[in-house]
Design a protein around this ligand. Structure first.
Ligand SMILES: Cc1ncc(COP(=O)(O)O)c(C=O)c1O
Length: 368
């Protein structure tokens, strides 16, 4: 058995959720509130010769993790994660979207957090294992999916500050409806002036827990101002738009051009973002990855040059941005009756993911 192909031992739950209870959850899943019956675990250890490797791959019942209180993740936050979805198609088969891209991003995050590389095949098999065991949990209604959360944590009990030699990779799953709840509606955004999300040389491009912990104070400010998400600006106070707390941002201009902030090392490289760039270019649209400032946003909306602004990410897919609050100033959303490009890209992307429209780039992978 090579390191890239592991046999997953099977320890199915002795006490799975009763069908009626699962049906009640699936009737109103919300987002991130309920978890399926199983989890997948793969452990990384370093042997006496200093050689590291993945092993002890298993499917087991979902439940609390037993861990030494000195485990490195609890002290130094050596942790990374991914977020993706499994979709039930009309024929009952279950698919996921661009999992190789998530595997690659997990490994880029791992490199930044000094965690071990996980072979792509182990990543893909972990998804097949979990979704195979918990297939009944994959919702079938429009707009719903099974959210998959792969993550990697440093479990070694050791208080020195160095990369842990014991690491655990896991996947959990949660049935999901619309991230913002209810019907699709524009989200209101709060401009964070007191906090930055990332700085040059930092971890902004990695999907690590610490980035999200650091965003919470800004998120609280947003909520205090009746906004749903935070917009982070660049670290140099040049008013360059970076991204939202959990989503990338796009602007649609009157001439059809799409603009999104360039990847600068401080922005998470969204898989939805890169898919939108591709789909827009397929349509012959000009897509620019460049600096775009708050001033350009304000002036563009004022002059009518910017006709649509939207946020995108796995959880919320593509969601129009409503008004933007910057202290006492409000930059209104472009004409709410617009939104054609936003909605048609959303429809195409969701259509590909749910198997209703052609998948021209072979982005979908069947899991079950
Ligand atoms: C900070 C941040 N930016 C962007 C995204 C969008 O990434 P993706 O499209 O891969 O979900 C996410 C979500 O994962 C995120 O947490």
């Amino acid at each position: 058995m090579t390191a890239t192909q592991l046999e997953f031992a099977q320890y199915p739950s002795a006490n799975p959720t009763k069908e009626a209870d699962r049906a009640a959850i699936l009737a109103n899943p919300g987002f991130g509130n309920h978890f399926t019956d199983h989890t997948v675990v793969v452990d990384f250890t370093v042997d006496a010769q200093g050689e590291g490797g993945w092993g002890n791959a298993r499917l087991e019942a979902y439940g609390p993790i037993s861990m030494d209180p000195a485990a490195a993740v609890l002290h130094y936050g050596q942790e990374i994660f991914e977020g993706m979805k499994a979709y039930r198609h009309a024929d009952g088969s279950i698919w996921t979207f661009r999992p190789e891209a998530n595997a690659a991003r997990l490994n880029r995050s791992a490199a930044r957090l000094a965690l071990p590389q996980l072979p792509e095949e182990v990543f893909l098999e972990s998804l097949r294992q979990l979704v195979g065991a918990d297939r009944e949990w994959v919702p079938s209604r429009d707009g719903e999916s099974l959210y998959l959360r792969p993550f990697m944590i440093a479990t070694e009990a050791f208080l020195g500050v160095r990369p842990a030699r014991e690491v655990s990779y896991r996947v959990i799953a949660s049935p999901a409806a619309n991230y913002f709840g209810g019907e699709l509606a524009p989200v209101s955004i709060w401009v964070s002036r007191n906090y930055a999300r990332a700085g040059r040389g930092g971890t902004g491009a990695a999907k690590c827990g610490g980035n999200y912990a650091a965003s919470l104070a800004a998120q609280l400010e947003a909520e205090a101002h009746n906004c749903k998400q935070v917009l982070f600006l660049d670290q140099f106070n040049n008013n360059a738009v970076e991204e939202l707390g959990g989503m990338n941002v796009f602007f649609v201009f009157r001439d059809g051009t799409l603009v999104t902030p360039a990847l600068s090392g401080t922005i998470l490289e969204g898989i939805t973002r890169s898919s939108i760039i591709q789909l827009a270019r397929d349509r012959g649209l000009d897509v620019q990855e460049r600096v775009i400032t708050l001033d350009e946003w304000r002036d563009g909306v004022g002059s009518g040059d910017i006709t649509e602004v939207f946020a995108c990410g796995t959880a919320a897919v593509i969601t129009p941005i409503g008004e933007l609050k910057d202290g006492d100033e409000v930059i209104s959303a472009p004409d709410p009756s617009a939104g054609e490009v936003t909605m048609s890209l959303r429809e195409q992307l969701l259509g590909i993911q749910t198997g209703k429209v052609e998948d021209p780039h072979g982005w979908m992978t069947r899991l079950v």
